[in-house]
Design a protein around this ligand. Sequence first.
Ligand code: F6P
Length: 497
Amino acid sequence: MKVDLAALVQAPSFSIKQLNATESDRASAMSLKVGGIYANFARQRYSAADVAALFAAAKQWDFHGALLRLMGGEIVNPTEGRAALHTALRGVPVETAVSIAANKEADAAQLKMRELYEELAASDVTDIVSIGIGGSDLGPRLAVDALKDFGPKRFNVHFISNVDGAAAARLLPSLDRKHTAVLLISKTFTTQETLLNGELVCDWLDTPERVYAITTNADAANEKFGIAAERILPMWDWVGGRYSMWSAVGFPIMLAIGPDAFVQLLDGAAFMDRHVVEAEGVDNLAYWHALTALYNRAVLHCASQAVLPYDERLKLFPAYLQQLVMESLGKSAQLDGTAVTVDTVPVWWGGAGTDSQHSFFQALHQGTQVDAIDFIGVIRADHSADINHQALLSNLFAQSEAFANGQASDDLHRNYAGNRPNTMLLLDSLSPSTLGQLIALYEHSVYLQAVAWNINPFDQFGVELGKKLANQLLPAIRGEVRAEDPVTSALLDQVRG
Ligand code: F6P
């Protein structure tokens, strides 16, 4: 159902500071604790009445029905005729024949991952090189970086994604080819970057039997790299690349943190799946998150959404979210093929605090554009530098307050307008479980935003044109043909000298 949010919710007439001073109990009324995540939305610009209108809109959009369709395995990706059953990789939050069957396949794949883990752990392999890009890289890279202190630390896990050969040229000299195993991760096994890097690294490696593939396209893995079936882990059409870290695509995560911690990561996500499908209205964290994003775009016209994790271990989270959110929601066609009539996704970006404070925060505080912000903090540190952790948290809370409340000065140079909307998400601690909960929360928020905008969050045709042109231009780069486009032609002249 089409709901015009901008018409439903008026442009705000009170500042965030005024709202928090006048609306009784706002700081607790606009907060909730779900599992290991506390969320506070009181520093958003909507009033309590606006929130009621937003949740009424969620009913009209039938968020609950949409989640049932997603988790039950219906075709929610109509342009490709596919389900999007990433929730079945970690449980069965909605029981249907389709979701139960998918979950069984996922469990079988996980068993095989464990077997390969044990096999590698019993070998003399010390290092793993994971080769993949986009959804076949960002989730594992994030989870390995965030959680590498958990588990048995049996392997050093490295990643290569960019087609730029500099990445491999830097990494390989630091490794011993006799003690290295390689994972080729590609849902399609047609991705240029992964195939080229795969060839490069496999040529360097001594032992071809230490190459593993994770793919839906086992034939190509076998034909192109001679990888035998027992060293191929499955992927499925019903899992989108950017939703796939819970599948065998997460094998680098299992290798880095061990099978038990990997299961805890999945269990954390499964907990969030059950929450979003069971919790009603204002008790539902994903509803809050999605409605806030929709409000900030439709009513405040925020052109960007910053994600600012105040935990060094989550520094890759913004990069992970960029694909999850922008590849999913960067659409201008509705499900029926007609043009969308409202703005869809803003630019998502970010960086870790406190480093970011000394970089781009100036623009967030005093720039002419108002951006939406998600702060992410971790209450309990896993190190003993208490004073550092206290400083980290005081900076986090100070920034949230400064963005919201500002500080008036007659000197415009020293004036802080404030009124910068921000959400605070606090994890009890950073663990495989809370990371799983956090990522699943964003996955569901993305899906619900897509439901509201009536777009398909599971296709990504926008990336195809560039890939096609790059393939066409390869012969021109080699000097075999001339480019038709005059600007490209001028660029090629520079390359040829
Ligand atoms: O960037 C486009 C894309 O298709 C992503 O959606 C995907 O995660 C990535 O390329 C890698 O694709 P594959 O896993 O098939 O190599």
